[in-house]
Design a binder for this molecule. Structure first.
Ligand SMILES: [Zn+2]
Length: 168
C-alpha cells in the first residue's frame, strides 16, 4: 500500500500520521490521516496520481469563544476524531485506539500552535516578551465534551461548548 508522503509547506511541521477511516454518507473509506501544525489531511487508499488529498486548514475549524471544535470520543473498539469547519462540514475519522494518547497530545500541540499564531502583539514589543506571552498559552481538552479549550497557564477557563470548567 504505497502512500505518497505529504508534501509539507515551508515552516510547516508534521505532528503525526496514522491509519484512519473517514466516515462518509455511504459508509467509510480507509486511508491515512496526517496532522501538521497547520492542516489535517486525509489520504484515502487507492490514491492515484492526480487525485487530491482531503485537506482542512486548522484555521478553518469552527471556534466558539476560546474553544476549538475538534472532539475526540472513545469506545471499546475505536477512537474517533471529529471536527467541524466554519463552513458547516462535519468530518469524522476513526483512528487506531492504541494511538489515542498520542493523537490527543498532538492535537493539543496543533491547537496551541494555532492559538499562538493568532496573538496580535502591539508594535515594538520586544521578542523576548512575545515569547513569554506565547509560552503562557495552554490548551486543555474539555473532560465534558472533548473539545479543546485555549487558556493561559494557571487560569481557569470554561468550555464554550458544554460549559464545563477547565484549569490551565
Ligand atoms: Zn466541553
Amino acid at each position: 500500500m504505497g502512500f505518497k508522503e505529504l508534501t509539507l509547506r515551508q515552516n510547516e511541521k508534521l505532528l503525526m500520521s496514522g491509519s484512519a477511516n473517514k466516515w462518509e454518507t455511504f459508509g467509510s473509506k480507509g486511508g491515512k490521516l496526517f496532522l501538521t501544525d497547520q492542516r489535517i489531511v486525509f489520504q484515502a487508499h487507492g490514491f492515484n496520481f492526480g487525485s487530491k488529498f482531503d485537506e482542512y486548514q486548522l484555521s478553518d475549524i469552527q471556534t466558539q469563544g476560546n474553544t476549538v471544535n475538534i472532539k475526540t470520543t472513545t469506545n471499546l473498539i475505536s477512537f474517533n476524531i471529529t471536527f467541524y469547519t466554519k463552513y458547516g462540514e462535519e468530518l469524522s475519522f476513526v483512528v487506531t485506539r492504541s494511538q489515542k494518547n498520542e493523537w490527543i497530545r498532538q492535537i493539543t500541540e496543533a491547537v496551541t500552535s494555532l492559538a499562538r499564531s493568532r496573538i496580535s502583539f502591539p508594535a515594538n514589543i520586544p521578542e523576548e516578551d512575545k515569547e513569554n506571552i506565547s509560552a503562557q498559552i495552554k490548551v486543555i481538552q474539555c473532560q465534558g465534551c472533548g473539545a479543546f479549550v485555549i487558556t493561559t497557564a494557571g487560569n481557569a477557563a470554561k468550555c464554550d461548548y458544554c460549559g464545563r470548567p477547565t484549569v490551565g
